[in-house]
Design a protein around this ligand. Structure first.
Ligand code: ARG
Length: 283
């Protein structure tokens, strides 16, 4: 009996190893299932033969940016990157017939990752700043939103105009258009950080007076973090809207991205994605 038991376990182990190999090769599946850090994990049911590796679309984003791209614990208790940029990425991959891989990176590294070819696209609440067009190509604008100033509850009235921010300590994301905006404020002392979370922490721990963020991002943080508010100040920028970044010269991919964006804008999908992501971000 003991012998049979051992044999059974051995057979079981071999089967498991083989199954794991099959799963690894068999990754030509549904792009929509394949996002976030769980890339490749949902491919067990992928059909078809596995002789040719599926082409992959690698999308870089800085997932510190609810409701555009952010981490959640999904129903299976796993970490997942979600947001309306993620939904757009899935649609682009679907139209291209490729598998999607999301890479979470620091915002200030994204354009270099794109020009060096380590990612195929940047979808990261990226604004069409003219200087960026020298380094990368940009799609049409797929969404626009306003800018916002966030401060501690007690200072809401103190920083209710852009003029009132003169000389203040301001937190912004490194290499963002918000950093450009803050530089325009006379005598402002900038704290430029790689991640939005850290900017919020600087604010709640009194190390900066205010932060400039995209409006939807500001709303998401204000909902989730106690003691911070959006003020009446209205930061302005000429680089409004969001675009998808494509490697310079890759016209074919750029055209395909624009075609998907047209489809998603015309049938109302983008608005739907924004609404759903906003609900998720505020949960
Ligand atoms: N829209 C701003 C810019 O393009 C900020 C984008 C930040 N994106 C992010 N995922 N953290 O500069």
């Amino acid at each position: 009996m003991k012998k049979w038991g051992m044999l059974f376990i051995a057979v079981l182990m071999v089967t498991m190893v083989l199954a794991a190999c099959g799963q690894e090769k068999n990754n030509s599946g549904n792009a929509a299932n394949n996002t976030g850090q769980a890339a490749n994990q949902n491919e067990t049911q992928a059909a078809g033969d596995s002789t040719e590796p599926a082409k992959k679309l690698i999308v870089g984003m800085s997932a510190d940016f609810p409701p555009y791209e952010f981490h959640i614990k999904n129903d299976q208790g796993e970490d997942e990157i979600v947001g309306f940029d993620v939904e757009i990425a899935k649609e682009i991959a679907k139209d291209l017939g490729t598998e999607l891989e999301i890479k979470d990176m620091l915002f200030d590294s994204l354009l270099n990752e794109l020009s060096s070819g380590r990612v195929d696209l940047v979808i990261s609440g990226l604004s069409p700043k003219p200087e960026r067009a020298e380094q990368i190509d940009m799609s049409k604008i797929y969404y626009t939103a306003e800018q916002a100033v966030v401060t501690r509850e007690a200072d809401k009235d103190k920083y209710s105009t852009m003029e009132s921010l003169e000389g203040a300590k301001i937190g912004v994301q490194k290499s963002s258009i918000q950093e450009d905006m803050a530089k325009e404020i006379p005598n402002a002392k900038l704290t430029s950080l790689a991640k939005i979370n850290d900017i919020i922490m600087q604010l709640t721990s009194n190390r900066v007076d205010a932060a400039i963020l995209e409006g939807p991002v500001a709303k998401a943080f204000v909902k989730n973090v106690k003691g911070i508010v959006i003020t009446d100040a209205k930061p302005e920028t000429e680089d409004e809207g969001y675009v998808v970044g494509v490697k310079k010269g890759n016209k074919e991919l750029l055209d395909q991205v624009n075609a998907t964006l047209d489809r998603l804008m015309n049938d109302g999908s983008i608005d739907k994605f924004v609404t759903e992501a906003t609900e998720l971000a505020e949960k």
